[in-house]
Write a protein that binds this ligand. Structure first.
Ligand code: OGA
Ligand code: MN
Length: 283
């Protein structure tokens, strides 16, 4: 396995590994260490099947199925932990422009980390690109450890020790989607997480201004949201961002604790078929 550093030094392109093979504990451990050290790992020309992706993801920890647990939405995949990203409808065609699944997924184009709105210790996500649009549809990640280290002192002092309230529905509401039933809302009550914390791997500090944050404890709603917006502006400066242009067959893994990510605009008529798996910390 070789690691070639890209994207402001927190992403690496990995060569010399075939993810379809049964990798064995030692290799999985090296990949995981690299993932924690860097934040984002890019593997080209993998082309994993559904079953291969599930098997690989499970080697990194128990899987989390995401928001579908609350919405109970049907899936086109055989495995419930495979999360549908992109614009393919249940019948395999490109989604209609007003398809509810598509609209909810557009929130992926706002800066976030996966599943921070759940009371679980989220670790890694992995995206497999099956079909990519001709133009656009890149994904960006930002490096929250370097961003913390370069925070202006006053901002660092304000952010220290604050507790952020994450909600699954905040990003959707921002995009005008508030059609959730009381039952769905009750399945995902808001979750409190420190705004600044240390990475378990290297102890480096992280500031995490995700779009899932709807308020900050001890602050008025506008004051809290303005703080999150200001922090987000800082952590998403070009110097902290890696932008990935997808090729079919790519497999990208990232650490949700040390990065935020977002999708970029593409023509929604143009097929984009990506599949995500997400893991929680194993003990
Ligand atoms: C995700 C996600 C962004 C994209 O898969 O979790 O946010 O580019 N994807 O589709
Ligand atoms: Mn995501």
């Amino acid at each position: 396995m070789k690691f070639h550093t890209i994207g402001n030094n927190f992403a690496a392109e990995v060569s010399g590994i075939d993810l379809k093979q049964d990798l064995g504990a030692a290799t999985i451990k090296s990949v995981e260490e690299a993932l924690q050290r860097f934040g984002v790992l890019v593997f080209r020309k993998q082309g994993l099947s559904e079953a291969e992706q599930i098997r690989l993801a499970k080697a990194f920890g128990p899987l989390d199925g995401g928001l579908r647990k609350a919405t109970g939405a049907p899936s086109r995949f055989s495995h419930e932990a495979l999360i549908d990203i992109g614009n393919v409808a249940l019948d395999g065609e490109v989604s209609a422009k007003n398809d509810a699944r598509l609209l909810s997924r557009l929130a992926n184009q706002l800066w976030h980390s996966d599943s921070s709105f759940q009371n679980i210790p989220v670790a890694y996500s992995m995206l497999s690109a099956v079909v990519v649009p001709e133009h656009g549809g890149d994904t960006e990640w930002c490096d929250l450890r370097s961003a913390y280290e370069q925070l202006p002192d006053d901002l660092r002092q304000i952010a220290e020790n604050l507790v952020a309230v994450h909600s699954a529905f905040h990003s959707r509401r921002l995009l005008g989607d508030d059609q959730y039933t009381a039952d769905q809302l009750a399945k995902f009550p808001p979750v409190r997480r420190p705004l600044v914390y240390q990475h378990p791997f290297d102890g480096r500090k992280i500031v995490h201004p995700s779009v899932h944050i709807e308020s900050i404890d001890g602050m008025s709603v506008p004051e809290g949201r303005l703080l999150v917006a200001e922090l987000l502006e800082h952590v998403t400066q070009a110097a902290f961002v890696y932008r990935h242009s997808w090729q079919a067959g790519d497999y990208v893994m990232w650490d949700n604790r040390s990065t935020l990510h977002r999708g970029r605009r593409y023509d929604l008529q143009d097929r984009r078929d990506l599949r995500r798996t997400t893991t929680v910390e194993r003990h």
